[in-house]
Structures are given as structure tokens and as C-alpha cells.
Design a protein around this ligand. Structure first.
Ligand code: ATP
Ligand code: MG
Length: 355
């Protein structure tokens, strides 16, 4: 079961982002347009517990989920979580005009052509997003069934109730829409750079135009530092996060390694933009701006490097731009440090406050 439809307001839901490096939880309260933060948590995961979106160590993940609730006194048990990575397929498809029932009955058949897995092994959901003279535009999302089941199980083992399973890309978009109120013609790319995965979500106004997950993330920088400088994982992580260079290594070498990996990252984004342009017929659909999210986006100088390579403005996406945050309860320095990691969890939590 994937649940993409936004129409139902669900009170009291915790947005839970189970990433490959950490679990993040966000709880919001309030009505549409007036959300305030009531709970926030971050819990590191041991390495290799989640690989390409698949949970390998169910117990480790469910422990981290339980801990993130306990440590931060989050009492709501209803959860909106999400899936990402190569098991997820998101596509805009065109089908002949038909009734709701007809579409519901035939969607598997229409979707089959776009899904590289057996249709019986996937969870599928869709939304009609527009209509032509004799066609319907349908946004469809599918995910391997065992990936979804796996996530639900980890959440249930922690004593929580998975109410919604969404897709990272849509949570990202949800967070952007709520906080930035985009105009109908504004085309932007949302880039969530995690540890192992990068989600590229191209949005025009509030419409999802193109979605792609690439196996690329902060891990690539760490691995390159380890390989080229002979560092341990811990040393490389520390250097990446701005720690002092180990003996015998100078800053120039580090910068060169960063630049090399950023070239590859920019190329992935460029390839996605090119593909998007080639498959969209309206000529004005040029991406105007990139919003960055995810822990991987905190690499120093990354926004500037991407702007230079892709020739468009790049700025961080602030998930709390229009969310009330009480500075007495949530330390502003901590919030500033961790907001890139919280984007998906905020987008998921918003499923509980939007009307
Ligand atoms: P994924 O989405 O790929 O499953 P995730 O959701 O767990 O992973 P995030 O929490 O968004 O990923 O980000 C984790 C990544 O961010 C790690 O690669 C980590 O090294 C990197 N990171 C965190 N802080 C910094 C920093 N200050 N500078 C550079 N990289 C950082
Ligand atoms: Mg992530």
C-alpha cells in the first residue's frame, strides 16, 4: 500500500524518515498554513542497516525508531513514512479518457509498461493530475511490495502504527510547497542528497514533472577520501564535515577530492535535466532554481559548486520557513545545524496537518 492522495486531513501524525544513515522524526501540530513544531528527533543508524532503501537489520531499525520517539517524548504513535531508491518508480503517464472506476480497474495494466518489476510484486498508487481532450494525465508511483512491507514491519516492531507510506520525492515536494508557496509557472528542482541516495524532483508550480532517484550521496565523498588518502571511515567522515586534516594531508588535496566527486554529482543532475527537457514538449520548462536538502548537501561549498557547474541559482531548502518553532523548546543552533536532514520528515508530517 502506497498512499499518495493528499485530500484527507489526518490529525496527529509523526513524519518518520528512515534513511540509510539515520532515522528522523518530526511532529507538527495545527491547521493548514499554520503548522507548529511539537516534536523533533534524530537517531543515527549503524552502518549497513539500510541498503538502497531496503532494511537489512529490522531490529536495529526498529530500536532506532523506538528511541527517536522515547528520547524526544513524542507520544503520537501514528506514523507517515516513505520509501526511496531504485525500488521506487515515479512516472507521469497518459491514458485514454475514462471513468474513475475504469481507471482504477485498468491502472495495473497501464502501469505495467513503465515498471521494470513484476506488477504483482509492487504496491501502486496514482493520482489524476490533469486532462486533455481525450486523455488523462496520471501521476503514478510504484514500489516493490517487500520494501513497503519491510518498512511497515520495522515501524510496527517499534510499537508504532504506519498510517501512510509515501515516497521521499513527494514528501520533499510537499515540504517545498508548504514552505515556499510556489507560483503556477515556477519550475524548480528539489535535490535531496542523503548518504547513499539522491532524489531529484522537478516541480512546476505544484505539479510533479519528473522524479529520479540516483545511487549517489554523501557516502561518495567519504569513500573517495578513504581511497585517495588512505583514511579510515571515521577519519574521512570527520574531514568531510570540516574536521582538521590528518597529518601529512593538506587542504588542497581534500579540496581536489571534493571537486572530483562534485563533478560526478553535477553530471548526474545535468543528465536528469537533459532527460527531463528531452521528454517534455513545452519549451519553457526550464529549471530556474535548485533547492538543496539532505545531510549530504551540507558539504562546505557544495551549493556554490553546483551553481557554478549547472549555471543556475542553488539554495538550501528551509523546511521550517513557514513552520512556527518555539526557540525555548528547540535550540536554534541545533535547528540550524540539522534542518537539511529534516526536510523529508517535515514533508511527511505535513500529511497530518494539511486540509
Ligand atoms: P539516504 O537518504 O541516502 O538513505 P539519509 O537520509 O540517512 O540517507 P541524510 O541524513 O540526509 O541521509 O544525510 C547523511 C549524509 O550527510 C551522510 O553522508 C553524512 O556524512 C552527510 N553529512 C552530514 N553532515 C555533514 C556535513 N556537515 N558536511 C558534509 N556532509 C555531511
Ligand atoms: Mg534520506
Amino acid at each position: 500500500m502506497l498512499n499518495l492522495k493528499k485530500s484527507i486531513a489526518r490529525k496527529g501524525i509523526v513524519g518518520l524518515d528512515i534513511g540509510s544513515s539515520a532515522v528522523k522524526a518530526v511532529e507538527l501540530e495545527g491547521r493548514a498554513g499554520q503548522a507548529s513544531l511539537t516534536g523533533l528527533g534524530y537517531e543515527q543508524l549503524p552502518p549497513d542497516t539500510v541498503v538502497d532503501g531496503q532494511i537489512m537489520e529490522l531490529n536495529a531499525v526498529s530500536q532506532a525508531v523506538a528511541e527517536v520517539f522515547n528520547a524526544n517524548q513524542i507520544r503520537t504513535t501514528r506514523v507517515a513514512a516513505s520509501v526511496s531508491g531504485s525500488a521506487v518508480i515515479v512516472k507521469n503517464i497518459v491514458v485514454p479518457k475514462m471513468s474513475e472506476e475504469e481507471l482504477d480497474e485498468s491502472i495495473d495494466w497501464h502501469a505495467e509498461e513503465y515498471i521494470p518489476f513484476d506488477i504483482n510484486d509492487v504496491c501502486l498508487d496514482y493520482q489524476v493530475v490533469g486532462a486533455g481532450a481525450d486523455s488523462l494525465f496520471v501521476l503514478m508511483a510504484a514500489c516493490k511490495r517487500d520494501y513497503v512491507a519491510n518498512r511497515r514491519q520495522a515501524i510496527q516492531l517499534a510499537g508504532k502504527e504506519p498510517i501512510i507510506i509515501d515516497v521521499d520525492a513527494f514528501a520533499l515536494q510537499n515540504c517545498y510547497e508548504y514552505n515556499y508557496l510556489p507560483g503556477p509557472d515556477q519550475t524548480v528542482a528539489l535535490l535531496n542528497i542523503g548518504a547513499a541516495n539522491m532524489t531529484i524532483q522537478i516541480v512546476r508550480g505544484t505539479r510533479s514533472m519528473f522524479t529520479r532517484d540516483a545511487s549517489f550521496g554523501g557516502n561518495q565523498y567519504t569513500a573517495a577520501l578513504q581511497r585517495d588518502l588512505g583514511l579510515t571511515y571515521e577519519q574521512a567522515e570527520s574531514v568531510k564535515r570540516g574536521g582538521p586534516a590528518p597529518d601529512g594531508v593538506d587542504e588542497k588535496q581534500i579540496e581536489a577530492i571534493f571537486a572530483h566527486v562534485t563533478d560526478a554529482l553535477a553530471l548526474e543532475v545535468q543528465k536528469t535535466f537533459d532527460f527531463y527537457r528531452a521528454t517534455t514538449d513545452e519549451s519553457e520548462r526550464v529549471v530556474e532554481k535548485i533547492y538543496l536538502a539532505g545531510g549530504g548537501s551540507k558539504l562546505r561549498g557544495l551549493a556554490e559548486s553546483l551553481a557554478e557547474r549547472l549555471h543556475i541559482p542553488v539554495e538550501p531548502l528551509d523546511p521550517f520557513r513557514r513552520v512556527r518553532v518555539d526557540a525555548r523548546r528547540f535550540d536554534p543552533d541545533y535547528m540550524r545545524e540539522f534542518f537539511p536532514e529534516m526536510v523529508v520528515a517535515v514533508g511527511l508530517a505535513l500529511r497530518g496537518v494539511e486540509g
